[in-house]
Design a protein around this ligand. Structure first.
Ligand SMILES: CC(C)(COP(=O)(O)OP(=O)(O)OC[C@H]1O[C@@H](n2cnc3c(N)ncnc32)[C@H](O)[C@@H]1OP(=O)(O)O)[C@@H](O)C(=O)NCCC(=O)NCCS
Length: 174
């Protein structure tokens, strides 16, 4: 993409079943081991503990463009991030940070006190995103990723400063 996209028409909302084709395409483009569409569908239809959000460009309301996706699970008082991805043409615009912050904030009312996730050791963009939100590295799972035997780094955010997280949200969240 030649010029930097304008973010004024971007917003975050809950994922719906109608988003699934675009979610699948984005996920397939972002990961070597993507979640299948059925997993997102299961989260939307069956799993009341999950938080499923998308970032979209609403400049054409009749045809929103999907820019990013996050799915997380509330497990007792923890929020576990399952997947997060942003369309390659729209990275480094703050969309990933907004999605993650919105998922955490969305769970405040459910009494979560920590957020946790794992990430490939080589995924510097994601690691910097997480450290920027205040996550800390707490462990390593050697050889966790089966496709290349890569280690996973475990990160947690605890305690969660919800005011700080709220201040990170710059996109409209409806
Ligand atoms: C990781 C990912 C979700 C980040 O999304 P994004 O929208 O580009 O991230 P943001 O623009 O919100 O960036 C937030 C911070 O992350 C860091 N970051 C993001 N992209 C980066 C890059 N390419 N290089 C270095 N740091 C980067 C920066 O610290 C950035 O803060 P800054 O803009 O103030 O410098 C995106 O790169 C992606 O979809 N990657 C493929 C899927 C993936 O790896 N998901 C994570 C699995 S654990």
């Amino acid at each position: 993409m030649s010029s930097k996209p304008k973010t004024e028409s971007f917003f975050i909302r809950k994922m719906t079943l109608a988003d699934l084709p675009q979610v699948e395409a984005l996920e397939n483009a972002a990961f070597s081991q993507p979640w299948p569409k059925g997993s997102f569908e299961y989260e939307l239809r069956e799993d009341s503990s999950s938080v499923c959000l998308v970032a979209v460009d609403g400049v054409k309301p009749e045809a929103e463009r999907l820019l990013g996706v996050v799915v997380a699970w509330r497990i007792v008082d923890s929020l576990e991030i399952g997947t997060i991805a942003v369309d390659e043409d729209y990275r480094h615009l703050g969309i990933g940070r907004n999605l993650l912050a919105a998922a955490i904030l969305d769970s405040q009312q459910h009494g979560i006190v920590e957020a946790l996730l794992e990430v490939r050791k080589s995924n510097q963009a994601a690691i910097r995103l997480y450290l920027g939100l205040g996550f800390e590295m707490v462990g390593i799972r050697p050889g966790y990723y089966q496709d290349n035997n890569e280690d996973a780094i475990l990160l947690t955010l605890k305690p969660i400063d919800f005011n700080q997280i709220r201040n990170l949200i710059s996109l409209k969240y409806v």
